[in-house]
Write a protein that binds this ligand. Sequence first.
Ligand SMILES: Cc1cc2nc3c(=O)[nH]c(=O)nc-3n(C[C@H](O)[C@H](O)[C@H](O)COP(=O)(O)O)c2cc1C
Length: 329
Amino acid sequence: MDRSLTDSWTLGGVPIPNRVVLAPLAGIGNWFVRLQAKRHGAGLAVSEMVSSFAVHYRNERTCRELLRIHPDEHPVSVQLFGHDPDVMASAAERVAAAGADLIDINMGCPVPKVCKTGAGAALLEDPARAVALARAAARGSGLPVTVKLRSGQRPGDLDGITTARRLAEDGGVAGLCVHPRHAAQRHKGQPNYELVRELVDELPVPVLVSGGLYTPESARRAFAQTGAAGVLLARGSLGNPWLFEQLLGRRDGEPGRAEILGELDWVIDRAVEHLGAERATRYLRKFYPWYVERLGGGRALQAALQRAPTLAAARALLHEAGVPAPMAA
Ligand SMILES: Cc1cc2nc3c(=O)[nH]c(=O)nc-3n(C[C@H](O)[C@H](O)[C@H](O)COP(=O)(O)O)c2cc1C
């Protein structure tokens, strides 16, 4: 059967218009980054990971900033991390009240600070807890719950595959996203898409694929090779929302300078709306390098932007750099 990334589908009963998804990106995937992905065609966007403890204890900044959902970004999934099922249930209830359509649980984060609490990738070795967390999130929220996980902790270890099976059988999950690199690899190395293919064939729920999807070609290849229900764009989407359009057949070429600058202007405006000008000035420093690279800006511009004391100064630097080069005679 011919499958296409433009096909609509449902995930736990939630209609999703296509199969191209924005992956969760810690410190990045806030409401406006998700909205940007949506503007460029993403069928679903997943939030950056949010601490279930912070939500449960009503941490003010977490609830105000990380649970903020824009009316135009639906369907949206909020990703929670944590290790305690009761806390997960309480946080999930709050996430549902904030307006999420789905909840995703992080079982792939390799960062020691997260794993040492028993959350993130540590859950790959504790399938009973993984199942309890998924059930708790569904109980607390009444929403469909998915889990994003890795293939295992260390090279050769397939704990993640076993846990995925348990989650599909006993955890009541609506779907799974598999990043088939082991946690010790962090984000390096070639993902093992064959492992995803096996789970797609075996499990009764939709399985999505993440990892190594930086270009339209690599994402289409992984979609075909794995038979996955959808693809999650992560690093490939940083400063490159046009990748969504390319994958959905809505654009062929790369954006020109004016388009890149226009997009970055939009990002700057939204960051101010989100955090106020002062915090946005610092926050945007991680966003500039992606766009400047596309603009062909060099090290001097990158460094100047990191030092720009105000957003007006940053915009001036960008627009100077963005003036199209004179045509060669
Ligand atoms: C900066 C950064 C932040 C990430 N944050 C999260 C996160 O909060 N939750 C999660 O499940 N995965 C997270 N990931 C993993 C990505 O969602 C994705 O699975 C991974 O980057 C592999 O895809 P890629 O090779 O196409 O980048 C993060 C990755 C990066 C690079």
